[in-house]
Ligand binder design. Structure first.
Ligand code: NDP
Length: 334
């Protein structure tokens, strides 16, 4: 049976990646979009060949063709929209950060579970062939006991995205909720470990306004003793992205991997020397959509669940609190 999608939010990310990914998944189609601006919604629908533009969320949720919603509005709206979708019996793929507070994320998880619908968080990086390979190498003991990890996720925020993320405090802006939250999920995935405490320093280099951070460096201790460092920024055009994992018997260098595109390489460095480890690149969002629609059919779980989204959010919130208070902060899950 075909899964009909309603887009909650006429967003850039849906335009750039997710509409195509839905259409690439067998038996999935985009049937409607909701925008708070009916004119913009109608133009967005026409530009993307979406049959219907709804002027209200309830109208989209009452549309019988809609079986699942993709929530990609500003971060402050995710909570209310996901709870409403769950109550209307719709499966939900929600953008990160799942919400602005752990309590809200828990309510979203509970609402979806009470309604018997799938809730997934769109941490697409888990589906990168490179990150899956790093996870596999770590699990196989290729670097021995893992001791440290580093994530390099600083870049230049493209001009068309230099909007609410940089200037509207109500929306959950800033580099930590935008980028560090992805790093945390990727680290949880590759290390198969849970963050327990965080220390962070933020920077305001002048791209973001007020006290919104446009860069951050964070150190995270995991429950298996690994200490990880993340570097996130909107302000540095020539930085390369990477993940490194350093263990007692080897190091992994995954280069150009903190990106939406299916690119990058994984290098393993041990006593045997350096080897490039082969990966089979595939579109990250298409894989995410495929696993989501399989979960809706009752086959397995989505790539990244609501609980995963709650955990990455909890660590990002600990980083924000650490930066504000100058203290080490424990990750609080509820
Ligand atoms: P956008 O700014 O494109 O969209 C957010 C909202 O802003 C939309 O819902 C829309 O409201 C409104 N909007 C968009 N364009 C305009 C415009 N030209 N004029 C007025 N309003 C506009 O945000 P993103 O797509 O960058 O991010 C959306 C969500 O997706 C965020 O939660 C973000 O964290 C996440 N994200 C995830 C990524 C991933 O790879 N997982 C990558 C990028 C973002 P309306 O619906 O009312 O029209």
């Amino acid at each position: 049976m075909t899964l009909g999608w309603g887009l909650v939010g006429a967003s850039a990310i849906a335009h750039e990646w997710v509409i195509d990914a839905i259409r690439a998944a067998p038996d999935n189609e985009v049937v409607a979009v909701f925008s708070t601006d009916p004119g913009r919604g109608a133009r967005y629908a026409a530009d993307h060949r979406i049959p219907t533009a709804h002027a209200g969320l309830q109208a989209l949720l009452q549309d019988p063709r809609v079986g699942a919603v993709y929530v990609s509005t500003t971060n402050d709206l995710h909570h209310g929209q996901v709870v409403a979708a769950a109550r209307a019996g719709k499966h939900v793929l929600c953008e990160k950060p799942l919400a602005l507070e752990v309590r809200e994320a828990r309510e979203m998880i509970d609402a979806c579970s009470a309604a018997g619908v799938v809730l997934a968080t769109n941490h697409h990086l888990r589906e990168a062939a490179t990150h899956r390979k790093v996870r596999e190498l770590v699990a196989a003991g290729a670097v021995g006991d893992v001791r440290f990890a580093k994530v390099f996720h600083a870049g230049l925020l493209p001009p068309h995205l230099q909007t609410w993320r940089l200037r509207d405090p109500r929306t959950g802006p800033g580099a930590i909720l935008d980028l560090t939250v992805h790093d945390v999920d990727t680290l949880r995935h590759v290390l198969a470990a849970e963050p327990v405490e965080v220390v962070a320093l933020t920077q305001q280099a002048g791209m973001a306004s007020g006290d919104i951070e446009d860069g951050a460096m964070t150190a995270i201790r995991f429950d298996n003793g690994v200490v990880a460092q993340t570097h996130d920024a909107f302000t540095v055009p020539f930085a390369r992205t990477a993940i490194e994992v350093h263990g007692s018997a080897g190091s992994i260098y995954a280069r150009d991997v903190m990106t939406q595109r299916p690119v990058g390489e994984v290098v393993l460095r041990t006593a045997r020397g350096e080897e490039v480890v082969a990966c089979q690149p595939e579109n990250l969002y298409v894989r995410t959509l495929r696993s989501f629609s399989a979960a809706v059919r009752g086959e397995g779980r989505p790539t990244c669940t609501g609980e995963d989204g709650l955990r990455s959010l909890a660590t990002a919130l600990a980083a924000l609190q650490s930066a504000r208070t100058g203290r080490r902060v424990a990750v609080q899950l509820g």
